[in-house]
Design a protein around this ligand. Structure first.
Ligand code: GLC
Length: 719
């Protein structure tokens, strides 16, 4: 670059940095000035709820209440200032695909678009904080809230969470990363005490939160209900003061989950900044000043039992978030609601997140010209899911069900529907419904079966939990409502059956999987889900989703149940994560257990060829490059995954660990050379004997492929 422009660029950069630094000084100076003006009572008013979803402001000083709203995949229907769901309000928004569907796209850029929709709609609805993303590690297939989360693998979580947070926060809204930490089951969620090694904590359960804070720049976190090593997560000195604030340098605020604080002094001293929630015994018309962080704090400070400067730190963090979200000054960009663009993003996430698990003899995609009749079987084909699941419920502006999607996108194909099964508590196989389904199947060219699990039984009833819902875990991995019997009968009546599974994760498929030629995992794919699913079935879209968690053949095979405790001691509150770092594929691959479908697995309608692996490395870093080519007849996207394993290490390590990936879109015949750099973090592990991350020199094996069990290229590097 010529001398002059470069000089100009340097001057501009310096000026920008100066302004940016000045802004920071301005903000913290202004925050300090505000705090100086506040009375003790006003400070205390800010550190607890002022209604079901707001926290206190200081009108006298122009400090507004902070308005929060669920949830991770859409703005929840209005609750006003109490818990009464406002069924009169016409508010209905963009119901995005659930978190696990977003993770299955393995597309961080889409994560940003997803967050952008959420932030824009929260902003439009007058919210300051959206209570998402939920990123707890998927440790067991039974966890009721897996649908809201992302993955069993911390690296995939840490890549997907960053885009989401930035997308939300670029709209001037704060994200709220939850639930910090180790909230990996809903069973006994209010009482369970999680015990795990420091290594499991550092290598598996914290990286997503660390990336959210240090790379995503999350403004707020929500602590979880459970205890961690004997101390409530909402008043946990190690998690909140030591790790989050001291080690990670977190500047924002930690709010509690609703009613998750249990003691005033522990919450005050151990890093809780904002107590949220309405203690249920205080309903109706709760007196918010009676919270643990309510007016009692005024008397504690006045009595010299809690130093005011520590109270000031909490207020400072809350004001910091208010400045970041332009609640005190500055103007936020306008929000938008139910726009076409938002709906298209939801569609995109669904089409890239639905996973083609099996496609024997290329039954899929269906040929619209040659297919005259399709029998659509299964109640999930026309079930609206958006209002289920618990606090993540969304009143969808509309919801295209799989049946509607097939009807809209099926051209002249005749579509007959048979309900197949009932959704009700303890519902069993229904002989007459099976007869109708078999009849429809036998008369059709092809069957599209839509089953799987569901959030609840009756969505108009809050907490009507069933399988994929808050506050409940699944009883097992079996398909409910007698679906195994139904599916066997349908497959017998018509072997050309496409099985579509809705839900938050793996189910036991052993009774019919060998007879099923094609299987799609559709998760809960949002308000455009039916269209995206149909377009995949008819080949208008080429699927590119990859499993963000291992699908076991049966629950007994799963590492956390084999090596660890779940749901924990029956006579104490403890659950010991003896599965340790061997979560998900880390267990299956190290202990040589065959899964039903591997972590990272997902098929396409085209074929990708990998070649030309080169691995170079020095000083603890490496570069992995390879060529990937679309050898088929249709355009498609492949998620090329890079796994690392250490040949020999002082402490045992998993057989392989995901340390890089890239989603590549290729036209037929097109090829690209991908280069993925691996920094030191890709090779380190946490040695909890030395209590430090260690990089041990030696040989590291590199595997590249389209899934953790489909490694196409192998190499190694000495570091
Ligand atoms: C719930 C959930 C949390 C939600 C909060 C507010 O109990 O655990 O995810 O954001 O309370 O509804």
């Amino acid at each position: 670059m010529a001398k002059k422009p470069r000089l100009l660029l340097l001057i501009l950069l310096a000026a920008f940095a100066q302004v940016h630094a000045q802004n920071k000084i301005d903000t913290s100076a202004r925050i300090d000035a505000l705090i100086k003006k506040m009375t003790l009572q006003e400070k205390v008013n800010m550190i607890h709820s002022s209604s079901s979803f707001t926290s206190g402001g200081v009108p006298r000083l122009g400090i507004p209440e902070m308005v929060t709203s669920d949830g991770p995949h859409g703005v929840r229907p209005e609750h006003g200032r109490d818990w009464e769901l406002d069924n009169n309000s016409l508010d209905s928004g963009t119901y995005l695909p659930v978190g696990v569907c977003l993770a299955a796209t393995w597309n961080p850029r889409l994560g940003y678009e997803y967050g952008k929709v959420l932030g824009s709609e929260a902003n439009y609805r007058g919210k300051d904080v959206i209570l998402g993303p939920g990123i707890n590690i998927i440790r067991t297939p039974l966890n009721g809230r897996n649908f809201e989360y992302q993955s069993e693998d911390p690296y995939l979580v840490s890549k997907m969470v960053v885009g989401y947070i930035r997308g939300v926060q670029d709209q001037g809204i704060s994200a709220c990363v939850k639930h910090y930490a180790a909230n990996n089951q809903e069973a006994k969620r209010f009482t369970v005490n999680v015990e795990m090694s420091e290594r499991a904590l550092r290598e598996i359960y914290l990286p997503g939160f660390k990336a959210a804070v240090q790379i995503g720049g999350a403004n707020t976190l929500m602590s979880s209900y459970n205890k961690f090593r004997g101390q409530w997560a909402s008043q946990n000195n190690y998690l909140l003061n030591q790790i989050l604030k001291k080690e990670w340098g977190f500047k924002g605020l930690v709010m509690s989950d609703w009613d998750a604080v249990h003691s005033t002094m522990q919450a005050l001293w151990n890093g809780m900044d904002l107590e949220m929630g309405t203690d249920l015994h205080m309903l109706p018309n709760p007196d918010y000043t009676k919270f643990f962080l309510g007016d009692t704090v005024v008397s504690l400070v006045n009595a010299g039992r809690f130093p005011e400067y520590l109270l000031d730190d909490k207020v400072r963090r809350i004001l910091y978030v208010m400045y970041k979200t332009k609640m005190i000054d500055g103007t936020r960009k306008k929000g938008a609601y139910n726009t076409k663009a938002h709906q298209q993003t939801a569609h995109k996430v669904a089409e890239e997140g639905i996973v083609l698990l099996k496609n024997q003899n290329n039954l899929l995609p269906l040929n619209k010209e040659k297919t005259r009749t399709i029998a659509v079987i299964g109640l999930n084909a026309q079930r609206k899911q958006s209002m289920g699941g618990g606090s993540s419920q969304v009143r969808a502006f509309y919801e295209v069900t799989p049946l509607e999607g097939l009807q809209r996108n099926g051209g002249n194909i005749r579509i007959n529907y048979a309900q197949g099964y009932n959704i009700a508590r303890d519902a069993k196989a229904d002989a007459s419904l099976i007869r109708q389904a078999v009849d429809a199947a036998s008369k059709a060219d092809v069957v599209v079966y839509v089953g799987g699990t569901t959030h609840g039984y009756n969505y108009s009833v809050w907490k009507d939990n069933a399988y994929d819902a808050e506050d409940t875990d699944k009883p097992n991995m079996l398909l409910p409502f007698g679906q195994d019997e139904l599916l066997q009968a349908v497959l017998k009546a018509n072997p050309k059956t496409v099985v579509v599974l809705m839900g938050g994760g793996a189910v036991d498929m052993q009774q019919w999987i060998n007879q099923a030629p094609a299987i799609l995992q559709a998760w809960y794919p949002g308000l455009e889900g039916g269209n995206a699913l149909a377009k995949i079935i008819f080949g208008d879209i080429n699927p590119s989703g990859k499993l963000p968690m291992t699908f076991p053949k049966q629950l007994e095979d799963h590492g956390s149940h084999k090596l660890g405790e779940y749901p924990g001691d029956k006579d104490t509150a403890n659950v010991h994560y003896m599965d340790d770092i061997y979560v998900g594929y880390r267990y299956y691959d190290t202990y040589k257990v065959e899964p039903q479908f591997a972590f990272g697995h997902g098929l396409s309608y085209t074929i990708f060829q990998y070649s030309n692996l080169k691995v170079t490395g020095s000083k603890g870093k490496a570069t992995v490059s390879f060529t990937i080519r679309n050898n088929g007849k249709v355009a498609g996207a492949e998620v090329a995954q890079v796994y690392v394993s250490q040949a020999s290490s002082a402490l045992p390590r998993p057989e392989k660990e995901l340390k890089g990936f890239e989603k590549v879109f290729l036209r037929p015949g097109e090829h690209k050379t991908i280069s993925i750099s691996l920094d030191e973090d890709a090779f380190k592990y946490f040695n909890d004997v030395k209590n430090a991350w260690v990089m041990e020199p030696g040989i590291f094996r590199i595997g590249v492929g389209g899934s953790s069990r489909d490694i196409k290229l192998k190499g190694e590097v000495r570091l």
